[in-house]
Design a protein around this ligand. Structure first.
Ligand code: G4P
Length: 534
């Protein structure tokens, strides 16, 4: 235990935990996640000029040689979680890598979030990557808040967007505000709770907080800025909205309803209104399931689990950072914890906490917070850490891979290192390892969510284990864990296009060449479950 921190009363502990808002933003690339993140930091006073997060991301994606980049600058961790206080709450915004670095980590990050913000491009609606991330949120039952972005550009009809959310995602959308105009005529939003209109000035790229004018619907400026039809539609729609389902916080928390906010992150329209509502309505930390029952966040003993491991690609600093979601109690620096998987007791003496633009050693953190633990090779994805009794949190699920390749070890004398390297990298969550069932060939099949992971795995096997490999890409597009009566499973027409493999837990995994093939067999064999998340 640290000997510096004063003791904390149960009431103080509860208040600190209740103030946490730990969430992730889910979106399809280009919907505006980076821009909204920046604007939340701007309105949260964590940065003073929007542009720095984007600059970092552009720097990252502008290079095709990701590894050379990593080597040069060591671990880039500041983007994993950003923490800032806002209106008496402590916000933890988890980064979900999206572009070239979309990977299983993106899904796993959602395991550490208590809610999600779904950003939709107003002209494009629900896009494929949003849908995949949404499925993971739904599987966990976390509430989802929707921000319909880019209303300053030509957009789909806002009512049609609501229908799409309902149809495609099966959630009841509840508009919390309504856009005044769209595209060039977008002036602001009507806040349904206060019945007030927030008008904004549109300036190029709005790097600082925008002035807003608060007024009512009968303000003549609104009519002046819209065509006669737009103005009529606005009034009709606002009346129509009252006939839709009303906002019901319990239904939101159960994942049945999603509050919808229209706005424009780039021009700051509606960002603050959204943030204010979000910190009020989003849930604080909830209990996490474990093999000894649900772990209550307010229990005083510190517990948590590792949801991400970031390895350093710099060969001179063979370091890695394990990211831990705190699930209960108060964490204090220098605490010695139990690590059930290795059976070791580990002293956490150099934990990091992350702010908008820096990282700092942390002395104290609470359930809901994320801390980074550098330098330990003991940790694997899903590992439980506990300052009290030994137990295990429910395992982090595996997510469906989208790219598959056989990995061939080119030097048979290095077989042991090859196996050891694969095991370590799988523990860190870099990829899943599958083996073809009933086949003579024993070369492992790497299964990944983002294709960049192949390069990472091969480079690390070479750097850290001295193993040279060759990759043989497979044509498959998706995988499903297969469960059901054995006789039925044997009837499936296993062949190359539908490959039968097993994962490292001995579970049966089918690789499909197309979603069409999967749908066909799922319909034909209703007794078999094809599980996307296992
Ligand atoms: P992402 O992280 O989800 O991939 O999206 P990102 O924020 O990078 O936004 C993608 C593009 O959309 C960017 O343009 C960004 O400026 C623009 N954008 C984001 N929000 C809005 C909005 O509310 N309105 C409008 N009109 N555009 C928006 P870019 O051309 O790729 O980059 P840049 O040249 O603007 O930096």
């Amino acid at each position: 235990m640290s000997d510096e921190l004063p003791p904390i009363t149960p009431k103080m502990l509860r208040e600190a935990i209740d103030a946490r808002r730990t969430f992730a933003i889910i979106s399809h690339p280009d919907a505006g996640k980076t821009t909204l993140t920046e604007k939340l930091l701007l309105y949260g006073n964590a940065i003073h000029l929007a542009g720095s997060v984007r600059a970092r991301r552009n720097q990252r994606s502008a290079t095709s040689d990701w590894m050379a980049m990593e080597r040069e600058r060591g671990i880039s961790i500041t983007s994993t979680v950003l923490q800032f206080p806002y209106k008496g709450r402590m916000i933890n915004l988890l980064d979900t890598p999206g572009h070239a670095d979309f990977s299983e980590d993106t899904y796993r990050t959602l395991m550490a979030a208590d809610s999600a913000v779904m950003v939709l491009d107003a002209a494009r609606g629900v896009e494929p990557q949003t849908r995949k991330l949404f499925e993971v949120c739904r599987d966990r039952g976390i509430p989802i808040f929707t921000f319909v972005n880019k209303m300053d550009r030509p957009a789909e009809d806002p009512l049609a967007l609501l229908d799409e959310i309902e149809e495609v995602l099966g959630m009841q959308p509840v508009p919390m505000n309504w856009p005044i105009g769209e595209g060039n005529s977008f002036q602001g939003v009507f806040d349904r709770r206060s019945e007030q209109v927030y008008l904004y000035d549109r300036t190029v790229h709005n790097q600082t907080i925008s002035p807003e004018t608060i007024t009512t619907l009968d303000d003549p400026r609104i009519e002046a800025g819209l065509s006669a039809t737009q103005f009529d539609d606005l009034h009709t729609n606002i009346m129509l909205l009252d006939e839709l389902a009303a906002f019901d916080l319990d239904a939101v928390l159960r994942g049945e309803q999603t509050p919808v906010y229209y706005g424009s992150a780039l021009t700051n329209f509606g960002v603050q209104l959204f943030l204010d509502d979000f910190v009020e309505f989003a849930p604080g930390p909830d209990a996490y399931p474990s093999d000894v029952g649900d772990i209550d966040p307010y229990q005083p003993e510190f517990t948590g689990f590792v949801f991400k491991i970031q390895a350093n690609m710099n060969p001179r600093h063979r370091d890695s950072v394990a990211f831990l979601r705190i699930c209960s109690g108060r964490f204090e620096r220098n605490t010695t914890v139990k690590h059930p998987r290795s059976g070791k007791a580990i002293k956490l003496s150099r934990p990091y906490k992350f702010f908008a633009e820096s990282r700092e050693v942390v002395d104290e953190a609470f359930a809901g917070d994320i801390i980074g633990l550098p330098g330990s090779r003991y940790f694997g994805i899903g590992d439980t850490i506990s300052a009290g009794d030994s137990f295990n949190f429910a395992p982090i699920p595996r997510f469906p891979a989208e790219h598959f390749a056989r990995l061939i070890n080119l030097d048979v004398s290095k077989q042991k290192q090859f196996q050891k390297g694969l095991e370590q990298l799988a523990t860190e969550g870099a990829m899943q390892v599958l083996y073809e069932a009933d086949a003579q060939r024993r070369d492992p099949i790497l299964a990944v969510v983002g294709v960049l992971q192949f390069e990472v795995v091969e480079a690390r096997l070479l750097d850290e284990y001295g193993v040279t490999t060759r990759r043989e890409m497979l044509p498959h597009q998706l995988s499903r864990w297969v469960e059901g009566p054995e006789a039925q499973i044997d009837l499936l027409p296993w062949r190359y296009s539908m490959m039968k493999t097993v994962d490292d837990n001995g579970r049966l995994v089918a690789l499909f060449s197309s979603p069409h093939e999967l749908n066909f067999y799922a319909e034909k064999y209703p007794e078999i479950t094809f599980r996307g998340i296992a």
